[in-house]
Design a protein around this ligand. Structure first.
Ligand code: C2E
Ligand code: MG
Ligand code: MG
Ligand code: MG
Length: 277
């Protein structure tokens, strides 16, 4: 009796674990297939200056799955990172973003736009990462200084020297770097100053309650001051209201990204958005 219950229990857990493993494996297979079948696409979210003019965009990957519908990157990027698929996915994103940058460069009204591209840890740790980025730039025929790579703090904690070397090499070619989700990680100030960064990106979690939470306001203010003293640009992400934008402006932040100015959209819709402010 007890033995069979034990077996059943074991089988129950087995089945449950098996289901989890299967669904992950399925999703991973689907993603691999999706890459081949061109189910991935990029949406672009405007980055605006203090006058509400679009100065650039961030490329955000989307997965249009034939039966699951639009799958969120928050869901499949971690999976892609664990499985290693991020390497081919990331390379595709980089090349596609550069091709879009080329289309903008061909139109006088858009030729000034910069393109921000998210880079994951596994990508930057590839031995030929620098070559991959330069190849994407050269193949598309774009200006390196129109490309900005977004890194996160957690990514920079491992093999720091190697990453600094790669960043320095790309920066020497004109490529820019922004530190994404800034304030949520653990980078020390001493460490920050050694990185060849161009921009700090204030995480949206601090922007969200900027007007009601004095701690968030203090953090946002400190990040802006820090950026100024390190000679870096600063951009705020997740700006949803004009009141938030005004507060950020008062604190000394003059570049913004968020739903107030536009959601991530297909490239041809970027300028269909009416700039607010
Ligand atoms: P992230 O790079 O910090 O991108 C900002 C996220 O905030 C995006 O979510 C964007 O849609 C969302 N967002 C923009 N404005 C607002 C706003 O006003 N309010 C709120 N609440 N959210 C806003 P998304 O597109 O779902 O992407 C999630 C994350 O997935 C990104 O965070 C990034 O870490 C990752 N990701 C997206 N595309 C790529 C990619 O091509 N490569 C890599 N490695 N990661 C990517
Ligand atoms: Mg980003
Ligand atoms: Mg971010
Ligand atoms: Mg984020």
């Amino acid at each position: 009796q007890a033995k069979s219950a034990g077996r059943n229990t074991l089988r129950f857990f087995d089945n449950k674990m098996q289901a989890i493993v299967t669904s992950r494996a399925e999703l991973e297979n689907d993603l691999r297939e999706g890459l081949r079948q061109q189910q991935l696409l990029l949406h672009y979210q405007p980055q605006v200056d203090v006058h509400g003019r679009i100065i650039g965009a961030e490329a955000l990957v989307r997965w249009q799955h034939p039966s699951r519908g639009m799958v969120s990157p928050a869901h499949f990027i971690p999976l892609a990172e664990e499985s290693g698929l991020i390497l081919s996915l990331g390379d595709w994103v980089l090349n596609e973003a550069c091709r879009q940058l080329r289309r903008w460069a061909a139109q006088p009204a858009m030729a000034h736009l910069t393109m921000a591209v998210n880079i994951s840890a596994r990508q930057i740790h590839q031995p030929d990462f620098v070559d991959q980025v330069l190849a994407a730039i050269h193949t598309a025929g774009v200006q390196p200084y129109h490309l900005k790579l977004e890194l996160t703090e957690s990514l920079l904690l491992e093999d720091t020297e190697e990453i600094i070397l790669k960043m320095t090499a790309l920066k020497a070619c004109g490529v820019g770097f922004s530190l994404d989700d800034f304030g949520t990680g653990y980078s020390s100030l001493a460490y920050l100053k050694r990185l060849p960064l161009d921009q700090l990106k204030i995480d949206k979690s601090f922007v969200h309650d900027l007007l009601t939470d004095p701690n968030d306001a203090a953090i946002a203010s400190s990040i802006i001051t820090l950026a100024q003293s390190l000679g870096l640009n600063v951009i705020a992400e997740g700006v949803e209201t004009e009141a938030q934008r005004q507060r950020l402006e008062a604190l000394g932040c003059y570049t913004y990204q968020g739903y107030l100015f536009g959601h991530p959209v297909p490239a041809d819709m970027l300028f269909a958005i009416t700039p607010k402010k």
